[in-house]
Design a protein around this ligand. Structure first.
Ligand code: NFE
Ligand code: MG
Length: 586
């Protein structure tokens, strides 16, 4: 097939139901369309309920970025009611937030995305001694010995020889777009297995602070647990020490395994610079050491970067009626029950009216001139934006945030060092190179690498408060509904693993009158808008090669670099068919 439309549905190794259609000419993608194929109704389910319960409903939007919807909801309700939570509660929420950033990114990289870059079967050809030598070149991880890699290789060999690849069954092994030497493939497979162990340990932080994972408990006004160093049923010294132990383990794993692996991948894939897509980046910002209301102190700064111009940061205000708006020209919704071309609504005025006009037969293409997705199209000042770790790095860099600049510059220089130390004969990289799928994957690793640092600082600040006798974790002054205004509204934002998340709530007569969520994957997976401007996935696919249409590794690689979460993007139950993966061609 030289020309035609390639359909990938469903995309696997993601959360939820995503369909990609790509138009291909001479083995290049010329146009792409992203469609969320399942609808949800959380925005409607919460109407008329007690705002103090909002977090418990919205948290069920997703069990992957578990925690962040609860956090956005308690923040929105506290904003509406004028509640300032105690500093300890803020720090504990930060620690839970940092934990999800670390957990989600590690699972995304090893379990969901690495196999787009790493050829598992090719690892059988590796020389374990040479693998040890390469691994020790770029990391101090103590496991990196020849015997260890030999052991992992034997394991992979047993799996391959059995003819049942199990967890590795769905790869396009041997595809020409794989570019790593066998030894680096082996290192990555070894760390895939280690990451499985790591991810189950780090979520203990959620179980300690929130009683469970996924879906830890929250409360409006603070956090559910009291702090008392000596009490059994409290955040006592032994529980807090366990948290600290997990933070230390996360620090080592991210700094010595995850980040270095992404740096070495970056060196080998230096010239595979496809997948950049939109040049506009947005971050609401987050992770203040002080309070969510102290925007200037955010460790992930707030702002927008346009046209990849890293000399200017535009002010962003989630409350401004003319900034964040959702459009439904190409989405299966109406506003006011009719077609309203080019009509965007700020989430406080938002509507969720379902209006399906899509394919009714299995093999029909999307109607890309009309409506083709359950994902709405959020825009900032009518511009299409990418959100997520790469956006956080770009905005932080442009804002001249010292730590982000240092983290990015240090990573780029380590990649350049690897390029020369491994004699790869490639040009050095700079920040603009990060405008690519591999750069987005690096952005995510840097996000985690900063999150482990922030976690250490927030833990130290929590200990310091406790030493000073400050044990408060809950402000009860506005708990009773008779203390609330008759009508009020609020917004809560969070820099979630996949990007900027906002919850907007209107409270009237002590009940939720209206609620809207605009979620990271809603931004990135969005369809076109009234101006025919593409969403971030769509734009990122254009220009990419597609060597073997029925093995669309390049599409998967680029789309996975965003870490799609469709459950979040269209926030209900799965109405979709249970189709197995298929690629259908003209
Ligand atoms: Ni379901 Fe989510 C994150 C949120 S979606 S994973 O991160 O919010 O993009
Ligand atoms: Mg929404």
């Amino acid at each position: 097939m030289a020309n035609g439309r390639v359909v990938v549905d469903p995309v696997t190794r993601i959360e939820g139901h995503l369909r990609i259609e790509a138009e291909v000419e001479n083995k290049r993608i010329t146009k792409a369309y992203s469609s969320g194929t399942a609808v949800r109704g959380i925005e409607l389910i919460v109407r008329g309920r007690d705002p103090r319960d909002l977090w418990a409903f919205t948290q069920r939007i997703c069990g992957v970025c578990t925690t962040v919807h609860a956090l956005a909801s308690v923040r929105a309700v506290e904003d509406a009611l004028g509640i300032q939570i105690p500093h300890n509660a803020h720090l504990i929420r930060n620690l839970m937030h940092e934990t999800i950033l670390i957990h989600d990114h590690v699972v995304h990289f090893y379990q969901l995305h690495a196999m787009d870059w790493v050829d598992v079967v090719d690892a059988l050809k590796a020389d374990p001694a040479k693998a040890a030598e390469i691994a020790q070149m770029y990391s101090k991880w103590p496991n990196s010995t020849a015997a260890y890699f030999k052991d992992v290789q034997d394991k992979v060999k047993r799996i391959v020889d059995s003819g049942q690849l199990g967890i590795f069954a769905t790869g396009y092994w041997g595809h020409p777009a794989y570019a790593l030497p066998p030894e680096v493939n082996l290192i990555a497979v070894a760390h895939y297995l280690e990451a499985l162990d790591f991810q189950k340990d780090v979520v203990r932080i959620h179980t300690i602070f929130g009683g469970r994972n996924p879906h830890p408990n929250y409360t409006v006004g603070g956090v559910p647990w009291p702090i008392d160093p000596n009490m059994d049923n409290a955040l006592n010294t032994s529980r807090l020490t366990e948290v600290e132990k997990q933070i230390d383990r996360a620090y080592e794993f991210v700094k010595e395994v995850y980040l270095p692996d992404v740096l070495v991948l970056s060196a080998f894939y230096r010239d595979w610079t496809y997948g950049g897509g939109l040049t506009n980046y947005l971050a609401y910002g987050d992770l203040s050491p002080v309070s969510i209301y102290d925007v200037k102190s955010y460790r992930f700064p707030r702002g927008a970067v346009l046209d990849l111009n890293l000399n200017e940061v535009h002010d962003v205000d989630p409350r401004a009626i003319d900034q964040v708006q959702e459009f439904v020209d190409h989405s299966w919704y109406t506003y006011d029950g009719k077609e309203t071309p080019g009509y965007g609504l700020h989430p406080w005025d938002g509507q969720t009216n379902l209006h399906y006009t899509g394919p009714t037969q299995e093999y029909e293409y999307l109607d890309v001139q009309g409506k083709y997705s359950w994902v709405k199209a959020p825009r900032w000042k009518e511009k299409h934006m990418e959100v997520g770790p790469l956006a956080r790095m770009m905005v932080g860099y442009a804002a001249k945030n010292e730590r982000i600049r240092h983290a990015v510059d240090d990573a780029l220089s380590r990649i350049n060092h690897l390029i020369s130390a491994l004699n790869l004969n490639k040009a050095p990289v700079d920040i603009r190179w990060m405008h690519s799928a591999i750069g987005r994957t690096l952005g995510r690793a840097l996000d985690a690498s900063l999150a482990v640092e922030f976690a250490k600082e927030d833990m130290a600040a929590l200990w310091a408060n406790i030493r000073n006798g400050n044990l408060a974790t809950f402000d009860s002054s506005k708990w009773e509904p008779n203390t609330w205004p008759k009508e009020t509204k609020g917004v809560g934002w969070v820099e979630a693993p996949r990007g900027s998340l906002g919850h907007w709530v209107i409270i009237k007569d002590q009940k939720i009158e209206k609620f809207q969520a605009v979620v990271p994957t809603t931004w990135n997976a969005s369809p076109r808008d009234a101006l025919q401007n593409e969403g971030a996935y769509e734009a990122s696919l254009v220009g990419s090669p597609l060597e073997i249409p029925d093995q669309p590794l390049e599409i998967i690689r680029i789309v996975h670099s965003f870490d799609p979460c469709m459950a979040c993007a269209v926030h209900l139950t799965d109405l979709a068919e249970n189709r197995t993966i298929e690629v259908f061609l003209d």
